[in-house]
Write a protein that binds this ligand. Structure first.
Ligand code: UDX
Length: 441
């Protein structure tokens, strides 16, 4: 036991990429006691991090970064070469944005592998942390072998991250499982050591299998959401209640209650991109994963369906003032990437409606993405709903559940609520005189 602790402290870690996965990984490893160097090529981001200005909002992360930066466990740099030379373990957490054909852009990974090869001054363990297509580990290994100038040993491993935005720190420190895809005992031991203070089952496998575990997990969760959204459509047609259907289904432990919440569909930087990448890679390997195509189609349709519901009720959307409460792809984050709200706002704009937007955290991000569009932003929900013909709830922020709906009714021109997340109390709102439109309720 004692010996293990000594070895543990010796590991020095570099995390490449200060995005969501990278920064959380770096801060959490620092919190576990390791010396961590977080690298990013974006100078402004790194300078801001040194001033303790974080590039995004994530509950609990600021405190970890501040504490560990001040106690010298966490540092930030743009100097990747030095960051590689100084450590044994390099986690790659750079973005793998989608190419137009759905494949993932892996050029950043190639660059890192090249630099590892050129700076192989001692044994290195190169670990893929962000989601990458299956067989990327093999490519990283080939690249390092191709460019290295000496025979210093190295290993490549896959250690996919399953953290959710908004709960990322908690998910890292309290994982359901830790997946380690390795080719050597040395790599396995290092990764086991690094995680030894976390209580979670560890699944050790080969690298390709670990990569597929990540693809399959995200795609399965997306499938669950599209499944329940399809059932919600049937509930609307049959006048049944999807929330009760999901509740009862979820009580069966084989199904599980998570990810059975019907609504306007999934968004964010992971599900849409990862599903696309899995479809692409399956096809490339020789399998047409048509189930995932349908998952994607249902998800896209769900947003149109929501707007159609409002249109059915209001008849004409032109010149109607539509308050949109909630813009981020889910609560507790300011992330607007692939947020369903963006498509929904676009549909309303096409109908020449006048959207007035409010979000507790994502306004800045939304303003960037909606620059030049005919939308207005409100400073609070009450200002947003003033004289509106409809208020749409697109993100289930906790504060929306505690709004003064009597006040909202007085402020609106037409008391119509379209609840894209089935988050409000339909009966209560109807008792106040609202017309309530949910999804499958
Ligand atoms: C997801 C995975 O959960 C995580 O394990 C992986 O590492 C990254 O991708 P994240 O993108 O942060 O995490 O969001 P998540 O909480 O999974 O939600 C994704 C989307 O699905 C959101 O738009 C959310 O609103 C939607 N969703 C989720 C539903 O519509 N219904 C549900 O029941 C659950």
């Amino acid at each position: 036991m004692g010996q293990k602790k000594v070895i543990k402290k010796e590991y020095r870690i570099t995390v490449v990429g200060c995005g969501h996965v990278g920064l959380v990984t770096g801060a959490c490893f620092a919190e576990l006691g390791y010396r961590v160097c977080c690298v990013d090529k974006d100078k402004k981001k790194v300078n801001n991090l040194k001033k303790l200005i974080l590039p995004f909002y994530e509950p609990g992360l600021f405190e970890l970064v501040e504490k560990n930066y001040k106690r010298g466990k966490l540092e930030f740099t743009t100097d990747l070469k030095k960051a590689i030379r100084n450590v044994q373990v390099i986690f790659i957490a750079v973005g793998t944005p989608p190419n137009p054909d759905g494949s993932a852009d892996l050029s950043s990974l190639e660059r890192i592998a090249y630099l590892v090869a050129k700076n192989l001054n001692s044994y290195k363990l190169v670990v893929e942390k962000s989601t990458v297509p299956v067989q990327t580990g093999e490519k990283i290994k080939e690249t390092i072998l191709r460019y290295r100038k000496n025979s210093k040993p190295f290993d490549v491993a896959s250690n996919p991250e399953f953290l959710r935005e908004g709960k990322a720190v908690h998910d890292f420190l309290h994982p359901d499982r830790i997946v380690i895809g390795v080719e050597s005992e040395r790599a396995e031991k290092i990764l086991r050591d690094l995680y030894s203070s976390l209580k979670a089952p560890i699944v050790v496998t080969d690298i390709n299998t670990a990569e597929i575990i990540k693809h399959a997990s995200n795609s399965f969760l997306a499938t669950k959401i599209s499944f329940i959204n399809a059932v919600a459509r049937i509930c609307d047609l049959a006048k049944a209640n999807i929330d009760k259907v999901a509740e009862a289904m979820g009580l069966d432990p084989r199904i599980g209650k998570e990810f059975l919440k019907a609504g306007i569909g999934y968004g964010g930087f992971c599900f849409p991109k990862d599903l696309e990448a899995f479809l692409y890679i399956s096809k490339k390997l020789g399998y047409e994963f048509s189930l995932l195509k349908e998952v994607k189609r249902i998800n896209e349709e769900q947003k149109k369906y929501f707007v159609e519901k409002v249109k059915d009720y209001l008849w004409i959307l032109k010149d109607k003032k539509i308050a949109i409460l909630g813009l981020s792809f889910k609560p507790d984050t300011d992330d607007m990437r692939f947020a369903p709200s963006l498509d929904i706002i676009e549909f309303f704009l096409r109908e020449k409606s006048k959207p007035i937007l409010y979000d507790p955290q994502a306004r800045k991000e939304a303003e960037k993405l909606l620059k030049g569009k005919k939308v207005k932003f409100a400073k609070d929900p009450y200002q947003a709903v003033k004289d509106c013909d409809c208020v749409c709830f697109l993100t289930e922020w906790e504060e929306f559940k505690h709004l003064n709906f009597k006040k909202i009714k007085k402020l609106m021109r037409m008391p119509l609520i379209a609840d894209g997340r089935n988050m409000l109390d339909k009966r209560y709102l109807e008792s106040l005189g609202f017309k309530y439109l949910g999804i499958g309720t």
